[in-house]
Design a protein around this ligand. Structure first.
Ligand code: SF4
Ligand code: SF4
Ligand code: SF4
Length: 396
């Protein structure tokens, strides 16, 4: 990113630095071609991935909630045994090389089988494997003891928890298997316990037309309860589902208003500018990542928890066709040719979430890039202010 004063901006073509650093190119320049060439070249220089450092582990595909939108609905719940857990930690020890390990606990609801998490973490600790973990959880099963264990033994740094609305809506949507409990209140208490231990909690608000109207109230309620809390952040996502173009556009407008309210309450997620050339999309096309199912199967994407496996922890054989399938990219769409996000946009054909693009998705990506630029600018201003203060002190 480059900052220009008014005079420089009025006479850009005379700024050689802008030409040398590719901010300015001739109008007929083929940006897309250059981008493809740079990606190819950067990929050639990438050292081959010998080790696996990122492990998404599913202790179970069972869950204590019954969300109507769950994409795992209908799959048979499978729970990891102690024997498989031992083999999983051995697999990690044998495949990490010298890398620090990053574990992501996923499910179903990972806490339904917390003893497997204890077992794997204890083994890694006993073998001096450096690791840290994060989790996607509905947050219901935490209590003070477990939060303490999560911090000390699991090295848990971050738990993503979803809220589907204020109390009544949340309890209805989650439809927990327990009777006569106020699940909403319990999850809020657990968020309090987690953040008090310094474990970061990004709260995901799943929005659609049925609950959009009460989300502003939910954000206000969170602010009333948690106040300024550095360990807490909030963001919103639209639930999957078929919508007309008008419905999608309306939902997007409302969601952007919600995001502004979230930011005003101090819970916004700071967007960062991507500084490297983006060569892959996610764990699915990253050779240093693996997903391990409760039965020990090796997969590439958390949306394929019972199929499209490329191997097993008990075997050295890998299905290269499946690995290649997860790297396939869909064709570019017309809008890509003039989209400012193009150089950093990588989509995968196998991705349920993002193989397609919509005008709203494109708008949101552009919005996030602009927010990231503002953050970068703010950082630069603060750094300059600090430097000036230090200079003043030195002079005194
Ligand atoms: S909490 Fe997550 S895993 Fe459980 S039913 Fe809801 S969406 Fe599915
Ligand atoms: S955001 Fe959409 S339009 Fe832009 S480059 Fe990505 S796929 Fe293409
Ligand atoms: S759902 Fe999409 S983004 Fe997520 S892991 Fe799978 S391929 Fe990657």
């Amino acid at each position: 990113m480059v900052l220009l004063c008014h005079e420089e901006a009025a006479n850009m073509t005379s700024q050689q630095e802008l030409v040398d650093n590719w901010f300015l190119v001739p109008e007929e320049h083929d940006d897309l071609k250059l981008c493809a060439q740079i990606r190819q070249m950067a990929a050639l220089f990438l050292p081959p991935a010998k080790n696996i450092k990122s492990y998404t582990i599913l202790p179970t595909t069972g869950c204590n909630a019954r969300c109507f939108y769950c994409y795992e609905k209908g799959t048979k719940p499978v729970t990891m045994t102690a024997d498989t857990a031992d083999k999983v930690s051995l697999y990690i020890r044998e495949h990490r090389g010298e890398e620090k390990v990053s574990i992501r606990w996923f499910g179903g609801e990972p806490l339904v089988n917390a003893k497997v998490i204890d077992r794997i973490c204890t083994d890694l600790k006993e073998h001096d494997v450096p690791f840290r973990s994060s989790m996607i959880s509905n947050g219901y099963l935490f209590d003070a003891d477990m939060v303490h264990r999560a911090k000390e033994l699991w090295q848990l740094k971050r738990v993503q928890i979803t809220l589907d609305g204020t109390g009544h809506t949340y309890n209805q949507v989650k439809a927990y298997v327990y009777k006569n409990v106020n699940a909403f209140e319990r999850v809020l208490r657990n968020i309090e316990l987690l953040t008090a231990e310094g474990i970061r909690v990004p709260i995901r608000l799943n929005v659609d037309h049925h609950n959009m109207g009460e989300m502003a109230q939910l954000v206000a309620l969170l602010h009333q309860r948690f106040g300024a809390n550095k360990s807490l952040s909030v963001y919103s996502r639209v639930l999957y589902g078929e919508r007309t173009q008008e419905e999608s556009a309306l939902l997007y407008e409302k969601r952007m208003q919600l995001e502004q309210q979230i930011a005003a309450n101090g819970y916004g997620q700071k967007q960062k500018l991507q500084k490297d050339i983006k060569l892959n999309c996610c764990m699915a096309d990253n050779d240093q990542s693996v997903m391990i199912s409760p039965s020990g199967y090796l997969g590439k994407c958390e949306h394929y928890i019972d199929r499209e496996f490329y191997g097993h922890i008990d075997s050295l054989e890998h299905n290269e066709t499946i690995l290649r399938k997860f790297k396939e990219r869909p064709a570019e769409i017309e809008a890509c040719a003039t989209c400012p996000c193009y150089p950093q946009c990588v989509r995968l054909t196998m991705c349920d979430n993002g193989w397609y693009c919509t005008p709203e998705r494109q708008k949101e990506r552009i919005y996030n890039t602009i927010e990231a630029m503002k953050n970068e600018y703010e950082l630069w201003l603060n750094k300059n202010e600090n430097d000036n203060e230090n200079d003043d002190e030195a002079e005194i």
